[in-house]
Design a protein around this ligand. Structure first.
Ligand code: IPE
Ligand code: IPE
Ligand code: MG
Length: 257
C-alpha cells in the first residue's frame, strides 16, 4: 500500500512505499507500448491488445489527477504508425473515437482538460470532430491536462516549428532580428507543447528503451523510467513506483550541488 507524506516527514533513504506529496512530477509523459505483444501472448488479434490498452487509460488519468499531476501526455499514435497494416490503423482510429465518446462526460466531470499534440488533420474526419468537440467542451477545466499525442513525431514537430517561424517571417509577423536572436524559449512557442512545461518523467513500458520519436525537443532533462510490463498490464501501482523512483533521482540540470 502506498502512503503519502510531505518532504519534511520523509526519510530519503527509506525504501518504504511512501510518496512525497511536495515532489510530484508536474508533467508525466507515457509511451503506451506493448499492446501488440500483450495480444500475441494471448493468441488474440493486435486490435484486442489496443482495446485492452485503452482500458488502462482512465485509471492512470484518475490516479495522476488525485496526486496532483498537472499534465499527463500519452503517446497514442506516432507519425511512423501509419506504416502499420491498414486494419490496425483503422482499429486504432475507431478505438479513439469510442474512447472519447464513452469517457468525455466523465473526464469533463472530473475537471480534466483535453488537448492534443501532433497533426490530427491527417486523421479521418470523425476523429477530428470528436477530438475538437472534446477540447471545446473541456477547455475551461482547471484540473489535469490530458494531452494526447496523435500523429505525433518529435522530428515533424521541430521541422513544423521551423517552417512556421519561416512563414511568420515571410508574412511580416517576425523580424530578421527576432530570428537572428531566436532563443530556446521563443522557439518553444512554436512547438505543439507551447505553454506546457517539459515532461519531468517519461515512462515507457514494454521493455523497449528508446524514445521512438517522442518529445525530442522537450526531453532534454526528463528522467526516463522503463519497465518490462506491457501497457495493458500497467497499473496505478506501476505509476506510483515510477514516481517513487523519480523522487529518488538527483536532477542536476548540468549544475553541481
Ligand atoms: C502501442 O503498442 C500502441 C501503438 C503504437 C499505437 P504496440 O502496438 O506498439 O505494441 P507492440 O510494441 O507491438 O507490442
Ligand atoms: C511508439 O511505439 C509509439 C506509440 C506507443 C504510440 P512503437 O511501438 O510505434 O515504437 P517502436 O516501433 O517500437 O520504436
Ligand atoms: Mg510497440
Amino acid at each position: 500500500m502506498w502512503k503519502f507524506t510531505t518532504s519534511k516527514n520523509l526519510n530519503p533513504d527509506s525504501d518504504e512505499m511512501i510518496l512525497d506529496t511536495e515532489n510530484i512530477p508536474k508533467h508525466i509523459a507515457i509511451i503506451m507500448d506493448g499492446n501488440g505483444r500483450w495480444a500475441k501472448s494471448r493468441k488474440l488479434p493486435r486490435s484486442m491488445g489496443h482495446k485492452a490498452g485503452v482500458e488502462v487509460i482512465n485509471k492512470i488519468v484518475k490516479a495522476s489527477s488525485d496526486i496532483g499531476v498537472k499534465y499527463l501526455t500519452l503517446y497514442a499514435f506516432s507519425t511512423e504508425n501509419w506504416q502499420r497494416p491498414k486494419d490496425e490503423v483503422s482499429a486504432l482510429m475507431r478505438l479513439l473515437v469510442e474512447y472519447m465518446r464513452k469517457e468525455l462526460n466523465n473526464l469533463n466531470k472530473n475537471n480534466v482538460k483535453i488537448q492534443t499534440i501532433g497533426d490530427i488533420s491527417k486523421f479521418p474526419q470523425i476523429c477530428i470532430d470528436v477530438l475538437e468537440d472534446s477540447k471545446l467542451k473541456t477547455k475551461d477545466n482547471t484540473g489535469l491536462v490530458l494531452n494526447l499525442a496523435l500523429n505525433y513525431g518529435g522530428r515533424a514537430e521541430i521541422l513544423g516549428a521551423f517552417k512556421n517561424i519561416f512563414n511568420d517571417y515571410e508574412n511580416g509577423r517576425l523580424t530578421k532580428e527576432y530570428i537572428a536572436n531566436l532563443t530556446e524559449e521563443n522557439f518553444n512557442k512554436y512547438t505543439y507543447t507551447a505553454g506546457i512545461p517539459d515532461p519531468d518523467i517519461i515512462i515507457r513500458p514494454s521493455g523497449e528503451q528508446r524514445l521512438s520519436n517522442f518529445l525530442l525537443w522537450q526531453c532534454a532533462y526528463s528522467e526516463f523510467w522503463y519497465s518490462d510490463i506491457l501497457w495493458p498490464d500497467f497499473t496505478v501501482d506501476h505509476l506510483y513506483k515510477a514516481i517513487f523512483d523519480y523522487q529518488k533521482r538527483d536532477r542536476r540540470f548540468g549544475k553541481v550541488k
